[in-house]
Design a protein around this ligand. Structure first.
Ligand code: CTP
Ligand code: MG
Length: 179
């Protein structure tokens, strides 16, 4: 059995990354419009990011992360001590949002350089770049104690959640493809 303390620690890890998950999910619903690369191509004559990365989606993602940070600040029991004060939750939420959106765009940039068309899947890059950049942005400003086990745990859980929600968005017609 997993001890009560271990369960709490795993739950805290999930609360810690939650703003990045929300940030990564909301553009699917609220995205669209002007692409971030304004339709421009890179020197390899392929789109810099492609039509799947839009300004509206980026802003929606950052806002989603921020809102989640505010919610977390109010619902987290104080004995969890994820962060010392509410401000830290807010800052972390905003930075996870920005980091997730930059990481997600970086993923698309790499995909385009690898000649993977927009919307086509690429394992690991699609599910994880946003996570690592989000975590890096957040812990750069608001310290959070992460060991390698925690990073591995978050990697596996994020991958699984991503796969599940993409399948769901496909089923309910939000996404054309199940990845
Ligand atoms: N989206 C957006 N703006 C963003 C990120 C996502 O508008 N900054 C929306 C787009 O409608 C996009 C959808 O969310 O098609 C799914 O996002 P994602 O899977 O990241 O993009 P893909 O379309 O798969 O494109 P890519 O191949 O570049 O990852
Ligand atoms: Mg995709």
């Amino acid at each position: 059995m997993v001890s009560y303390q271990a369960q709490t620690e795993l739950l805290m890890l999930i609360v810690f990354v939650f703003p990045s998950w929300i940030a990564n999910a909301v553009p699917v619903i609220f995205g669209g419009g002007t692409p971030m690369d304004f339709g421009r191509k890179f020197k390899d004559d392929t789109r810099i990011l492609g039509d799947g990365k839009t300004w509206r989606g980026f802003l929606a993602g950052v806002l989603g992360g921020a809102v989640m940070g505010v919610i977390a600040a109010y619902v987290c029991p104080s004995q969890w001590n994820i962060y010392a004060n509410r401000e830290s939750y807010y800052i972390s939420g905003v930075l996870m949002g920005i980091g997730a959106m930059i990481g997600d765009s970086l993923g698309s940039f790499i995909k385009r350089r690898m000649r993977v068309d927009q919307g086509r899947p690429i394992v690991l890059l699609d599910q994880l770049t946003f996570l690592y950049v989000a975590i890096a942005f957040s812990i750069a400003a608001v310290p959070f104690n992460l060991d390698w086990f925690a990073v591995l745990f978050l990697t596996v859980v994020t991958y699984a959640i991503h796969a599940f929600f993409n399948f769901l968005s496909h089923q309910i017609g939000l996404k054309k493809v199940p990845w």
